[in-house]
Design a protein around this ligand. Structure first.
Ligand code: S3P
Length: 180
């Protein structure tokens, strides 16, 4: 089977927007893993964090990836920003498909998320500093987990869709994925 196309990156990097947009030309269903977990749990991400804590949510992310291994058709998957931090998840991602890191500068993210109330990890006194620190820690992990990196500071949906499709086509042109 063709690999899933997996988008990773920090909160607000545009994984869901671009994933949904590219799913049309690729004719592959789009799955946002945060929404998948919310539907399964019957709660928003913020409610899950408040009721059960972050570790519980992280467990749900791993369960979600394991379930994605059972999908019979290639999908476009937008993962939560923290999903690649667990080694177990990174190993699952390798089995699942082709991973693209949407890389954005901290200032870009801050401008996009400064009024957002849906990300529990950013509801703090100094979200700009939190974003800078988290991106510094996470960027090397995202890079190591990615097969391809797309810079998304200058957002242009059409261009990004084309670049993403091109990278994915290039990957799926070989026979590495058709054997399993
Ligand atoms: C998180 C990212 C969020 C969501 C949760 C934790 C993170 O997803 O999973 O709030 O640790 O980066 P998005 O990246 O889709 O915002």
């Amino acid at each position: 089977m063709k690999p899933h196309l997996i988008l990773i990156g920090y909160m607000g990097s545009g994984k869901s927007t671009l994933g949904c947009a590219v799913s049309y030309p690729l004719q592959q269903c789009f799955i946002d893993t945060d929404r998948w977990i919310e539907l399964k749990e019957g709660m928003t991400v913020s409610e899950i964090f408040a009721a059960h804590g972050e570790d519980y949510f992280r467990q749900k992310e791993t369960e979600c990836l394991k379930t994605m291994l059972l999908e019979k058709e290639p999908r476009v998957l937008a993962l939560g920003g923290g999903t690649p931090l667990r080694m177990e998840n990174r190993e699952l991602m390798k089995k699942l498909g082709f991973t693209v890191y949407l890389q954005a500068e901290p200032e870009t993210i801050y401008q996009r998320l400064k009024d957002d109330r849906t990300r529990p990890l950013l509801q703090c006194g100094d979200p700009r500093a939190r974003i800078e620190q988290m991106i510094r820690e996470r960027d090397p992990i995202y890079r190591a987990a990615a097969d391809h990196i797309l810079r998304v500071d200058d957002w242009d949906t059409k261009r990004l869709i084309n670049e993403l499709q091109e990278a994915y086509r290039h990957e799926t042109a070989g026979d590495q994925w058709t054997q399993s």
